[in-house]
Ligand binder design. Structure first.
Ligand code: AMP
Length: 170
């Protein structure tokens, strides 16, 4: 079984010129899902993690599976105005304009070791904003992991010296 067979390219979604990596075929197939989860977990064997921080909304699928398998807390990062309690926020660049991500202020304690997860690493702007949120609460980023990395967009450069793992690279 190859994970790549469960990833689907959608041309010009959500707008012209974007080749969208659709992970819903992977979500449909338990065996493929399990293979993906095992790959992500094997890359965390040598690190100690206290919290998994995942990015709305496609980051939540495997982010929660990871947190459950690793027996650690799960922290959702959401778009502005979605989290009910007190938040901190970070602005990040989109292709056109800006957006804001938020995290609850009590989600991470100073010194906690944090694994950041999302489905796709593209330009790295989103992951960079989440790194900032984690660091503002005193968290230590031990890894940023992704199902898919679009290497030609060089997102790793934005993430700085934090270790990056991607199960599938294009
Ligand atoms: P970026 O900030 O450019 O690294 O974009 C990362 C975020 O946008 C992730 O949350 C992805 O879900 C989404 N994303 C960006 N590009 C793609 C793509 N080609 N296919 C699927 N999702 C994407």
């Amino acid at each position: 079984m190859k994970i790549e067979n469960y990833l689907r390219d959608i041309q010009d979604f959500p707008k012209e010129g974007i080749l969208f990596k659709d992970i819903t075929p992977l979500l449909l197939e338990p065996k493929a899902r399990d293979l993906m989860l095992k790959q992500l977990l094997s890359a965390t064997e040598s690190i100690v993690v206290d919290k998994v921080v995942a990015i709305e909304s496609r980051g939540f699928f495997f982010g929660m599976l990871l947190a459950q398998q690793m027996n650690v807390g799960f922290v959702p990062v959401r778009k502005k105005g979605k989290l009910p309690y007190e938040t901190i926020s970070a602005t990040y660049e989109l292709e056109y304009g800006q957006d804001v991500l938020e995290m609850h202020i009590d989600a991470i304690k100073p010194g906690e070791r944090v694994l950041i997860h999302d489905d796709v690493l593209a330009t790295g702007g989103t992951a960079k904003a989440v790194c900032e949120l984690v660091q503002r609460l005193g968290g230590e980023i031990v890894q940023c992991n992704f199902l898919i990395e679009l290497t030609f967009l060089n997102g790793r450069a934005k993430i700085g010296n934090h270790p990056v793992f991607a199960a599938i690279t294009y």
